[in-house]
Design a protein around this ligand. Structure first.
Ligand SMILES: NC(=O)c1ccc[n+]([C@@H]2O[C@H](COP(=O)([O-])OP(=O)(O)OC[C@H]3O[C@@H](n4cnc5c(N)ncnc54)[C@H](OP(=O)(O)O)[C@@H]3O)[C@@H](O)[C@H]2O)c1
Length: 306
């Protein structure tokens, strides 16, 4: 079968290889992948890929072999999955604890856009606490995670200010109910909660806008630039702020995947998909994602897709 493997080249980070179909472990189902979606974090891993890396964490498709231990969906069930690796392929072995069943109305394209970014948004908001009635600042808002966080936080009653580079990248965020600014310095604080994912010079500016006693949750460094904080400048700013580190990972993912599917089904969550392309265009799509040319998620199709 065909799968995409890393090349280590910046201009063409993956290429096709003909490799054997994966042999599922007892707790894994074999899924015929119809669509998959890359994430910014995966583009980072592809810069210096470890030997044997098989990329791909977000897939949607059809179960063609049930898990041997009897857990999980039956053959012929349409699913969304979040394997640890190996999803950018015709077939993927996916642990049943990281699969959710898809209803008829939810196709593989929208489903594939859900896993990593959607689970991150759910878990990030749980970490931050209920945002109802609170003022929330979100940096790096125009990507996959940002659109989900914005829709869920606004839906939960938060007043969201979203930071993104351009009006075009902020258009959908504004439709979702966010106040959109194009520089973190322009955000009108103070904020109860700051969700920060760009790092570099943005984090100290965002931190200065937290209300006394408020919280900044740091969950990414899209700029690739480390953060420098000056204790004495903080003394002149808000007092008693909490800075929390956040990482989404930790299986099982099935219940969060099912929650995301339910939110989409009920019209409470709308995946923002800025690019849908055949998987022969994966390398170009990864470069465009890295270079901030895609709004929301990108979804790649392996062939016939329902
Ligand atoms: N901690 C975790 O568990 C976890 C999980 C998932 C993702 N993340 C992180 O969360 C962030 C968003 O992830 P994603 O998958 O949504 O990524 P994405 O779709 O690629 O979006 C990245 C966002 O970062 C902004 N950005 C990119 N380069 C930037 C730069 N040089 N300076 C400032 N802003 C920049 C982009 O905004 P504009 O270009 O519109 O300004 C865009 O909104 C990433 O940093 C990612 O690594 C963390």
């Amino acid at each position: 079968m065909r799968r995409l493997i890393p090349t280590g080249e910046a201009a063409r980070p993956v290429a096709f290889a003909e490799l054997p179909q994966p042999v599922p472990e007892p707790g894994e189902a074999l899924v015929k992948v119809e669509a998959f979606s890359p994430n910014r974090g995966e583009t980072f891993l592809l810069e210096h890929p470890r030997p044997g890396l098989l990329p791909g964490k977000d897939v949607a498709g059809l179960v063609v072999q049930e898990a041997a231990d009897g857990t999980g969906p039956a053959i012929g069930t349409r699913v969304v999955g979040h394997p640890a690796h190996g999803g950018w392929a015709e077939y993927a072995a996916v642990p049943t604890h990281s699969l959710a069943v898809l209803p008829d109305g939810l196709g593989s394209v929208r489903a594939a856009a859900l896993p990593l970014a959607g689970i991150t948004a759910l878990r990030l908001l749980r970490t931050a606490g209920s945002p109802a009635g609170l003022r929330v600042l979100l940096t790096g808002a125009s990507g996959g995670v940002g659109h989900y966080v914005t829709e869920l936080a606004v839906g939960a009653g938060a007043e969201v200010t979203a930071v993104t580079a351009t009006p075009a990248r902020g258009e959908r965020l504004a439709e979702l109910g966010a106040r959109v600014v194009h520089d973190v310095a322009a955000a009108q604080g103070p904020f109860d909660i700051v969700l920060e994912s760009t790092g570099g010079p943005d984090l100290p500016v965002a931190l200065s806008k937290v209300r006394p006693g408020g919280t900044l949750v740091w969950f990414g460094q899209a700029s690739r630039t480390p953060v420098t904080l000056d204790f004495f400048r903080l003394l002149g700013g808000p007092e008693r702020v909490t800075i929390r580190h956040f990482h989404y990972a930790g299986a099982p993912y099935a219940s969060d995947l099912a929650a995301l599917v339910g939110l989409v089904e009920r019209g409470r969550l709308h995946p923002e998909i800025g690019r849908i392309a055949d998987w022969t265009e994966t390398a170009k799509t990864l470069v465009d994602l890295r270079e901030r040319r895609i709004r929301g998620k990108a979804v790649l199709l392996t062939g016939e897709t329902r």
